[in-house]
Design a protein around this ligand. Sequence first.
Ligand code: FAD
Length: 434
Amino acid sequence: MLLSGWGRYPVEECDLVSPVTASLAHREIQSTQHGQVIPRGLGRSYGDSALAPHVISSAYLNHILDFNPDEGLVRCQSGVSLDDLINVFLPQGWFLSVTPGTRFVSVGGAIASDVHGKNHHIDGCFSHYIKSIKILLAGGDMVTCSREVNTELFRATCGGMGLTGLILEVELYLKAVKSSFIDETIIKTSNLDHTLELFDRYKSSTYSVAWIDCLATGQNMGRSLLMLGEHSLQGGYSVPTKKNISVPVDMPSVLLNSYSVNAFNTLYYHRIRQPVIEHRVHYQPFFYPLDAIANWNRLYGKNGFCQYQFVIPVESGAEGMTEVLNRIVESKRGSFLAVLKAFGEKNDNYLSFPVRGYTLALDFKIDRQLFAFLEELDKIVLAYGGRVYLTKDARLGENSFKASYDSWEAFVDIRKRYNADSVFNSLQSMRLGI
Ligand SMILES: Cc1cc2nc3c(=O)[nH]c(=O)nc-3n(C[C@H](O)[C@H](O)[C@H](O)COP(=O)(O)OP(=O)(O)OC[C@H]3O[C@@H](n4cnc5c(N)ncnc54)[C@H](O)[C@@H]3O)c2cc1C
């Protein structure tokens, strides 16, 4: 069948199998041509990291197996989604310790990308809350890895983009909460320096994220709505009943141009009239605003889009972000979504993305000049010591990858040691030379 990531580029013809047990998964891996298999969760990575001639889906490895309420420790299969975990455990007073901006990702996918949320500056990545992982290796062995056993396999699997084997089962710590609500503060900032200063001032806020008007120029460049949040003690454990809306067809991509993005950004920025507002919101609009519109990726038209997410270390964050934003303004390529977050310390997984600094994510519709433009942005990002997030990527060059992920050789060695390189490869890993 034809498959793609969330950005709908590239589209590849793949054999997709969805085994219901580990032994059937093993049989599938053995029967496919070597070197051409990649695991897949819910396909929310944007580019080609979950694409290969043979794709092995965790769709039916979707059982919650055990829960220890003393520790908040859940044991589940890798195809369980974050949405499933919230629906089952939030009414009992538990939430995810780390969550990305969509709840429609699988636990296996969240580990393989070592995803981060709006609390990375305090709580780190998804892998910090993993006690152990059971993984199916290339040769058919099922191995448990953790920070105590098979440590290097654990560090390569968390953030390893599916390239060490198929994650089967996971033990994951949840976080105790008192309600489904978040006490949110929204602060209007006037430019990038102001935004970064406020990130620093509010660094003890559990959650922080800024939406940036990426087409604002001059004195206003980098003006934002900074959103801070804490789990509320009030409101109870309600589950929303509102139905989501959906984008039924591909939108004509001409509708997305610098004029429409500029108009949207101006309206969105000015929707908040006061400099600061404080209110209580449900967890869904706070953590997952985009999940309210099913198939929103169709808004970018049939050619699809790329999300460009990069991080620049804190020392050069302001300067590097300014240069990137200047280049975007000059190019007149707007992005509705321009999300800025502050990262805390880097962890020791070989390919995890975050380093202490600032990360910006932007969506660009695909046209003939886009990749040349993104290569220009790569040069700026790399010059400031930064790097691009692999789970959003569909086009990064091998040299840029290897120059910015300094543990890539150690990662490749571990793949060889477990014979994973002869079985598990994605279009992305082949492009990046790992
Ligand atoms: C709207 C939106 C918002 C997002 N916000 C964030 C965010 O805030 N922070 C963030 O970090 N990410 C974010 N993401 C990215 C998303 O969290 C990651 O791409 C995540 O990995 C997707 O999980 P998935 O189950 O869809 O995996 P897929 O897209 O199917 O696969 C992603 C990678 O995981 C591997 N994989 C999947 N399942 C397994 C398995 N069982 N065993 C081994 N490897 C496996 C695949 O091989 C592939 O390399 C966002 C994505 C969207 C669409």
